[in-house]
Every structure is written in structure tokens, then in C-alpha cells.
Design a protein. Structure first.
Length: 368
């Protein structure tokens, strides 16, 4: 008894400290009970988010489809919405996804192996962006190969003429935007035809690039939308109203961002844009429905739930960052001759729209 008492005196403090840490960690990772779970309000939020998402994404699409093409007011609204949406996408990745991903990866509820390396959020973000770049490269290379096979005039026997025409038509803009080409005068009818095919090929490749970019953008948004839907359905009653209001603006702004980009796909058949719009509208409500269905057993602090959210958030962030910087900002602004040739006021409006979109979405990050 004396020996036991001595041992307890020397090691008791550490022993009880370890027990206390284990007990507090276990309670930290336990499921948090949802009190006052207002089922009617939760179900109602599903339809509120559905309606808000529909208005956000279909408004620019309907204006583009049925608005008067020569109406300056409509054109200006769509232009502002386009760059406002770009800012929204950028802030969504930086403010809404990456911080959550890093926070979840550092959760003490995760196994020790996940906590030994503090940059998993950046790793998965990088993997997603590199994967999207590789997919786009493969798709555009395939489109280029198909174009060459369908245009025998562009074969090896005309490589010299192709290069000559390319040098003599430097003012022809990227992605098929018409410039001031003098190929007819300088190289004759044959070289002019090659230049025509060159411009047509650039136009097709540029459109393929935009289409692929829009599809990857929707993929990144959809991955994140399911997560935030489940989160909303399992939020404590005290925070639910605040989060719902923030989510309404979040979905509306994201809808505008995606809708304006779907317009750039220039699809004559309205069925595909309609389908893409419905997919966006339904993903967050589906997440809410899943969250409502599992709310009695769902443990948001479990290792599997935290890890799934962390990985999906970081992957989505990588997709959206690549889309925002490469496809939306660089290609639509910095390397777009049509944009560079705009008036100072027009360019200023686009930049202000970009910054306002990013700023508002970042502000919403205080609540959502």
C-alpha cells in the first residue's frame, strides 16, 4: 500500500492529466445534439435555397437567350455579371473553401497520421488544379487533332505556308477574334485559305477551351454545394437562421457566376445549358435533404466526416482557383485582345465588378 501510494504521488498528476485530455478529446469529437430541430423550417430552407439558386443561374441565361442582342443595357448587365461572378468564384475558393479545409485537416479528431503534416489542404488543392490542367490539355489536344484530320489542307505539305501566313497575320487576334490581316495581298489565294483555316481552328480551340473550363467550374461548385447543404441541415438552431441568410446570398452570387459562364459556351440548343442549370440548382437542396435524413445520427465531428469535408473542400478550391485565374481572369482579361481593345471606362467597369464580387463573397464568409 505504501509503494502504491508513493507511485500515485509521483505519477498521479500526469496520469490524471492524460485521462483528462483523453476525456476532453472524446467529448470534443462526440456528436453535438441538435436541440429545437425545427423540421418544417429545415425543409423550407431546401426550397428557399432551390429558388434562390434558380434565380441566380437562370437570370443571366434567360437574358442571354431571349434578350435583345443589340440592347446595350442587357449587354452591360451580362458583362458586369460575368466579371462580378469571376470575383465570386475567386473568393469562394480563398475564403469559403481553403480555410475550412486547413481547419478540418488540423482537427484533433483526425488520426495522428493526418495531423503530422500541416499542408494537406494545399496538397489536395494542388492535385486538383494540376489534374484539371491535364484534362484540359488532353481535351484541347484531341480537338486540335480532329480539326487537322478534317482539314487536309493543313497537312505537312503546307506547313511552310502555314508558318508564313502565321507570321504575316500577327494582328489576327487569339481565339479567332478578327484582326487586320493582309495575307490576301501578300501571299495570294492559297495562303489566304490557309490563314482562314488557321483562324477557324483557333476559334474552335478557343471555344473548346471555354466549354471545358465551364464544365470544370461547375464540377468544383457542385462538389462544394453538397457539403454546405449537409452542414446547413445539421447546424444548431441558434446559428441556423444566420447561416441560411448567408447561404441565400452565397447561392445567388455563385449562380450568377456560373450562369454567365454557361452563356459563353454558345450552345445553340438550350437543353444542355438548362440541364447544367438544374444540376447546380439541385445539388445544395440534395445536400440539405441528405442532412435532414441523417440528422439524428450524423456526427460532424467524426474523423470520416471531417476528412471527407476537408478533402472535398481542398479539391474544390483547386478547381475553382485554376478556373478563376487561368480561364476567367487570364484568358478573358490579360490575354484577350477584344478586352484589351475596350474603352478605359469599359475595362474599369469590369475590374470594379471583379473586385466587388470578390469583396462581397469574402464578406459573406463571416457567416458562411
Amino acid at each position: 500500500m505504501a509503494m502504491a501510494t508513493i507511485a500515485s504521488a509521483h505519477g498521479g498528476d500526469n496520469h490524471f492529466h492524460m485521462l483528462d485530455e483523453a476525456g476532453s478529446l472524446e467529448s470534443l469529437c462526440d456528436a453535438e445534439p441538435l436541440e429545437d430541430y425545427n423540421m418544417g423550417f429545415r425543409v423550407g430552407s431546401l426550397f428557399i435555397i432551390l429558388g434562390t439558386s434558380a434565380v441566380g443561374i437562370f437570370m443571366p441565361m434567360l437574358l442571354h437567350k431571349f434578350g435583345q442582342r443589340d440592347n446595350i443595357a442587357i449587354k452591360s448587365m451580362l458583362l458586369v455579371g460575368k466579371f462580378f461572378g469571376t470575383g465570386v468564384i475567386l473568393a469562394t475558393a480563398f475564403v469559403h473553401m481553403l480555410p475550412d479545409a486547413f481547419s478540418n485537416f488540423s482537427s484533433p479528431c483526425l488520426p495522428e497520421g493526418w495531423q503530422q503534416y500541416g499542408a494537406f489542404g494545399g496538397v489536395f488543392c494542388m492535385i486538383a488544379s494540376l489534374a484539371i490542367q491535364l484534362i484540359e490539355f488532353g481535351a484541347i489536344s484531341n480537338a486540335h487533332s480532329i480539326d487537322k484530320s478534317e482539314r487536309p489542307e493543313m497537312g505537312n505539305k503546307n506547313v511552310a505556308d502555314y508558318k508564313a501566313t502565321d507570321n504575316m497575320t500577327e494582328e489576327t487576334t487569339i481565339y479567332g477574334m478578327p484582326g487586320h490581316s493582309h495575307s490576301h495581298e501578300l501571299a495570294g489565294h492559297h495562303t489566304a485559305e490557309v490563314g482562314h483555316f488557321h483562324t477557324a481552328g483557333l476559334l474552335e480551340e478557343g471555344q473548346s477551351f471555354r466549354n471545358i473550363g465551364t464544365l470544370t467550374l461547375e464540377l468544383g461548385i457542385v462538389m462544394h454545394s453538397v457539403i454546405i447543404g449537409i452542414t446547413l441541415a445539421n447546424t444548431d438552431a441558434d446559428e441556423f437562421k444566420t447561416l441560411l441568410i448567408a447561404m441565400v446570398f452565397h447561392q445567388f452570387f455563385e449562380g450568377i457566376a456560373l450562369g454567365t459562364r454557361i452563356n459563353d459556351m454558345n450552345i445553340k440548343n438550350f437543353l444542355k445549358p438548362l440541364l447544367m442549370g438544374f444540376i447546380y440548382c439541385l445539388t445544395t437542396p440534395i445536400g440539405i435533404a441528405i442532412g435532414i435524413g441523417i440528422h439524428s445520427t450524423f456526427n460532424g465531428n467524426s474523423p470520416s466526416a471531417i476528412l471527407a469535408q476537408a478533402i472535398l473542400d481542398s479539391l474544390s478550391a483547386g478547381i475553382l482557383l485554376y478556373s478563376a485565374y487561368v480561364e476567367l481572369i487570364a484568358m478573358e482579361m490579360n490575354h484577350n485582345p477584344e478586352f484589351l481593345n475596350r474603352s478605359f471606362l469599359s475595362k474599369l467597369t469590369c475590374f470594379i465588378s471583379l473586385y466587388v464580387g470578390a469583396g462581397l463573397m469574402a464578406l459573406i464568409g463571416k457567416w458562411a
